[in-house]
Design a protein. Structure first.
Length: 142
C-alpha cells in the first residue's frame, strides 16, 4: 500500500500524526507538503496529491486542511479523483466500499487526532466492494 499525503497550514500537525501512524503500520507514505504552519494555499497541495493518484504513484491519498472542505472541493475537480470528506468511521468505510474513494479528506479543526487515526485506518483498510451497482454508479460520474 502506497499513500500520498498533503496538507495546508491548518492540517500540518494532524498530517504529521497521520504520517507517523501509517509509517508505524509499515505503510509507505509520500509527503508532498506543506512543511510548516505558515499560511499557504491548499489547492497547491491538493493538486500534488491528485497528480500522485492519477499518475499511479500512490494507491490512496489523504488531504488535511482546517475543515477538509476546501481540499475535498479542490481534489474533486480532477478527473479520476473520488475524494471524500469523512469525520467518522462509518462514512470512511462506506465511501471505500460503495464509492471506491481514492482520497480521504480530513478537517484538523473538526476532528481530534485519536478519531482521525481511526478514520484513516478504516479508509485504508476497507476495500472497494466491486459490486456491479456501485461500479455502474461510479461510471456515471467518473
Amino acid at each position: 500500500m502506497r499513500i500520498i499525503i498533503g496538507c495546508d497550514h491548518g492540517g500540518y500537525r494532524l498530517k504529521l500524526d497521520i504520517i507517523k501512524h501509517l509509517t508505524e503500520r509499515g505503510i509507505e507514505v509520500t509527503d508532498v507538503g506543506c512543511d510548516d504552519e505558515k499560511s499557504c494555499d491548499y489547492p497547491v497541495y491538493s493538486a500534488k496529491v491528485t497528480e500522485g493518484i492519477t499518475e499511479g504513484k500512490a494507491d490512496l491519498g489523504i488531504l488535511v486542511c482546517g475543515t477538509g472542505i476546501g481540499m475535498c472541493m479542490s481534489a474533486n475537480k480532477k478527473s479520476g479523483i473520488r475524494a471524500a470528506l469523512c469525520h467518522d468511521t462509518f462514512s470512511a468505510k462506506a465511501t471505500r466500499e460503495h464509492n471506491d474513494a481514492n482520497i480521504l479528506c480530513l478537517g484538523a479543526r473538526v476532528i481530534g487526532p485519536g478519531l482521525a487515526l481511526m478514520v484513516v485506518d478504516t479508509f485504508v483498510d476497507t476495500p472497494f466492494s466491486q459490486d456491479e451497482r456501485h461500479i455502474r454508479r461510479i461510471s456515471m460520474y467518473s
